[in-house]
Structure formats: structure tokens, C-alpha cells
Ligand binder design. Structure first.
Ligand SMILES: [Zn+2]
Length: 172
């Protein structure tokens, strides 16, 4: 899932306005940021056959560890702030669970792997669009009545939509 993660960040921000959007956007991408770092250091890998080894960044237990661990770093900012950070990071696992083929381990080196693989189905593009649309709807609620809508919010939504359409065109 791609734009769905960003839409999750927007949805969370609409309920936790105390946290700047950019921080939540780092949060929703955090597991993939870790993944990129781990790939560079050879800790994780992508293989063409079998499961990818992404257990340290993306397994259920490690996702919880990263979510709770990073949320705790913000303890001085209060519980709402911590909850938003934790939700943003863990939302990545939830959306990857929906979209990935079963390559999300329960914990590092576990033989149990999870993932519904919905995004890989022929309706995948539409499913991600639907999920992202729903999440964006939460974000846009805060701008009602419609005259309060900011150009910033519209630009973000249009950017996500155009990225999603580009993916369709390029077949990514
Ligand atoms: Zn991911």
C-alpha cells in the first residue's frame, strides 16, 4: 500500500490536532524507513522467491515494539500525543496486513506469516482508493462547512489521487 499510509496519517491528524501533520507522516512511513535502513545494512532483504525477510521492521511484535517505543519518547508531550504517534506507526502494519501477500511475520524468525494480499488482487487499485478515500473523509470532516476548506488540504488530496493514478498508468 502506498497512498493509503498517507491517508491514514491525515485521518489520525484530524483526531489528534496537537501533533503536527509532518510528524505523523514520518510516523506512518516509519516501518518502511526502518526497512530501507535495514536493507542497506543487510539486516533485511527482499527475495524473488519465498517470503521477504522484513521481520525486524514489519513483524507484528516488532511493529508494536516500534510503535510503543517511539510513542514513549514523546511522554513529555502528554498521552494524546503519544497515542497519535503510536497509532500512526502501527497503522502501517494494519494497512500492510490488508495489502501484503503473507510476508508479515508474527515476530522475527517466526514461521507464522500474515497478510490478506488484497492489494495484489485485480481489484487492488480500487480497494486502496476506497480505503484512502474513507481515511481522507475523516481528515476533511474538520473543514466542514465546506467554505473552511483550505487549499493546503485540497492540494494534499489531489497529490495523493494523482500519485495513485500514476501508479495505475505505470502499472506499479
Ligand atoms: Zn511497509
Amino acid at each position: 500500500m502506498y497512498i493509503g499510509h498517507f491517508a491514514a496519517g491525515l485521518a489520525i491528524q484530524s483526531r489528534f490536532r496537537v501533533v503536527p501533520l509532518w510528524i505523523l507522516l514520518i510516523g506512518i512511513a516509519f516501518l518502511d524507513i526502518l526497512f530501507s535502513i535495514f536493507i542497506v545494512f543487510g539486516i533485511e532483504r527482499i527475495s524473488t522467491k519465498g517470503f521477504d525477510f522484513i521481520d525486524w521492521s514489519h513483524s507484528l511484535v516488532m511493529s508494536l515494539v516500534w510503535s510503543i517505543g517511539l510513542a514513549l519518547l514523546f511522554y513529555k508531550k502528554g498521552s494524546k500525543y503519544m497515542l497519535a504517534i503510536g497509532m500512526a506507526i502501527f497503522s502501517h502494519f494494519v494497512l500492510d496486513f490488508i495489502s501484503h501477500a503473507p510476508d508479515l511475520a508474527l515476530y522475527p524468525y517466526s514461521s507464522i506469516h500474515m497478510g490478506l494480499g488484497l492489494i495484489l488482487s485485480k481489484w487492488g487499485w480500487w480497494i486502496e482508493l476506497g480505503i484512502s478515500f474513507t481515511l481522507c473523509a475523516f481528515y476533511f470532516q474538520q473543514f466542514l462547512p465546506i467554505r473552511n476548506l483550505s487549499i493546503y488540504a485540497v492540494s494534499i488530496a489531489l497529490l495523493l489521487l494523482s500519485l495513485h493514478i500514476t501508479r495505475k498508468i505505470l502499472g506499479l
